[in-house]
Design a protein around this ligand. Structure first.
Ligand code: IMP
Length: 432
């Protein structure tokens, strides 16, 4: 069996956890390859609801092994809390069920302090980060002075490394940002505790994946964030500091491309974004509230990690086609179609206009998306509640027409459509 990759096609929060949960049913390994506890997914298992940020959401399926790949940055405090939350929920969490790559980097309080200080200094040019220390942790990794999980195996050397790390960063915190320094002894003591609890979980993650694939087992690579937040391919500088796109899965897990089978791009039936940056189809006023929801339901458009209201807009096919280009999706999963029920008309952005010219594509990449006005196709909506639909035949013709329009514009098949928050509220087009 091959390696499948689940990737967010937009700015994150597309409902990837939902698709991972579905595919994890037949997976023996579910592996996260990028990002850290800036992600957020809610997994419902029976009566239990798990709000997870770091561990692979596929771990909620008791038969899977979860991996945190080398491309992930780990806040050990978050990790231990989530492991306990899953245990409290009745799941077995031990070193044969969860494996941390030795090369995954650690997030420390230094990184969170730097994240906050850097955001404050950016003033009106803030990125709107989640303040989880993600950017500074990846900066240390690129600067080749980061702390890797493997270092937790040697307690004495690890304590020294933590102290050096805090002392070094204190110069930047106080000197550059005028922020408070951190106490190296306290951080070292805290991280030694984490090391003692986590060292048994460190294992050859890349080798395990390779062996499972050789053994014809099914491995699922679970993306976090989304294509448009990718450090290299996204709306830079309003991006995260890792590579959530499909190629990032290979680098972030330590496996080669020949194993890849399906690359499933997950997109909402509309568009959302948290944090700053361009958003051509963004809506305001009543229609925005209608798509966002009021926050009364867990599935309303408010950040799982930060609680911030998400910016919302119509689905942007220029950006989805771009996501196709950089990921080579083999199928799309369309989520939250039910949110569009009851709208008299639905708009689909099929191109951009600027200075009297129309563009089907981005002439110079994503950095100038702010300069375009969207060109919309307006389609009739549907009145019916579609939450009980389970097959394509259960969907109203207008909903099917909307799905077909997306397929035609993206040049790719929609394989799954979610029509409600529950695990079974899913229409599969696999045989359609
Ligand atoms: P950072 O990853 O915390 O550095 O944040 C950088 C940008 O990515 C900000 O705009 C965040 O709002 C956004 N971001 C990070 N993680 C997620 C996510 O899981 N969903 C949606 N947006 C995210």
């Amino acid at each position: 069996m091959p390696l499948d990759i689940v990737v967010g096609a937009q700015w994150g929060d597309e409902g990837k956890g939902r698709m991972v949960d579905l595919f994890a049913e037949k997976a023996s390994i579910v592996a996260r390859y990028s990002g850290g506890d800036n992600a957020g997914h809610t997994v419902t298992v029976g009566e239990k609801i798990f709000k997870l940020h770091l561990v692979p959401s596929g771990l909620a399926r008791p038969h899977t092994v979860g991996i945190l790949g080398n491309g992930v940055v780990i806040n050990p405090n978050t990790l231990l809390k989530e492991m306990n939350m899953l245990r409290d929920g009745g799941l077995e969490i031990n070193p044969s069920r969860l494996v941390i790559s030795p090369n995954a980097h650690l997030i420390t309080p230094v990184h969170r302090a730097l994240d906050a200080a850097q955001e404050a200094q950016r003033g009106k040019d803030q990125i709107g980060t989640t303040l989880r220390g993600i950017g500074p942790a990846y900066m240390d990794k690129s600067a080749r002075r980061g702390l890797r999980a493997v270092e937790m195996l040697d307690e004495e050397a690890f304590a020294d490394a933590i102290q050096m790390h805090v002392n070094f960063a204190n110069k930047e915190l106080t000197g550059v940002y005028g922020a408070e320094p951190l106490d190296p002894d306290m951080v070292a003591a805290e991280y030694l505790e984490y090391a003692r609890k986590l060292k048994a979980y460190i294992g050859d993650a890349s080798g395990m994946i390779e062996r499972a694939l050789q053994d014809r087992q099914y491995v699922l690579a679970e993306g976090a964030q989304g294509t448009l937040l990718d450090l290299d391919q996204g709306t830079y500088p309003f991006v995260t500091s890792s590579n959530p796109t499909a190629p990032g899965a290979l680098v972030g897990l330590g496996v080669g491309p020949a194993w890849v089978h399906e690359i499933v791009g997950v997109t909402k039936a509309f568009q959302t974004r948290v944090g700053e940056g361009g958003f051509p189809t963004e809506l305001s006023g009543e229609m925005a509230t209608r798509l966002r929801g009021t926050g009364a339901n867990p599935w309303d458009e408010y950040g799982t990690t930060t609680g911030r209201p998400r910016r919302v807009g119509w689905l942007d096919m220029v950006l989805l086609r771009y996501a196709m280009r950089v990921n080579t999706f083999t199928a799309l999963a369309l989520t939250k179609l039910d949110i569009l029920s009851g709208l008299p008309t639905i708009k689909l952005c099929v191109g951009y206009r600027r200075d009297g010219k129309t563009f089907a594509d981005l002439p110079l990449g994503l950095h100038e998306i702010d300069t375009f006005t969207p060109v919309y196709d307006e389609m009739p909506g549907w009145e019916e509640d579609i939450q009980s639909a389970r097959t394509p035949d259960d969907l109203p013709p207008q909903a099917l027409a909307y799905i077909r329009a997306i397929e035609k514009s993206a040049g790719i098949h929609v394989g799954w459509v979610s029509v409600g928050p529950e695990r079974d509220q899913m229409v599969s087009f696999a045989d359609a």
